[in-house]
Unconditional design. Sequence first.
Length: 95
Amino acid sequence: MSNSPSKVKNIIIGQTLQQKRMALTLSRIDVAEKLGIQSQFVSNWERGDCLPPRKILNDLLRLYKIPKKDIVKLYTLATKAALDCYFEDIKESSD
């Protein structure tokens, strides 16, 4: 059974967030301390279990030095990729 489009989108975004964090040589604990949250939340985002809540997203983007327009592009591309994957799975299962 394949992942839902929502899960695939979250995974793509989570992997990007992880790459940005690592490029800045920050640990999950560093990020959590700077945002005033538990490090488990950072892990959840990076695994694609969920996305950062809106109230934290602006601080996270600032910390990771990601322009807001780039996160909108990422979200759009991740959604498209997730839907492409989902419909490809449907096509393959109907053959």
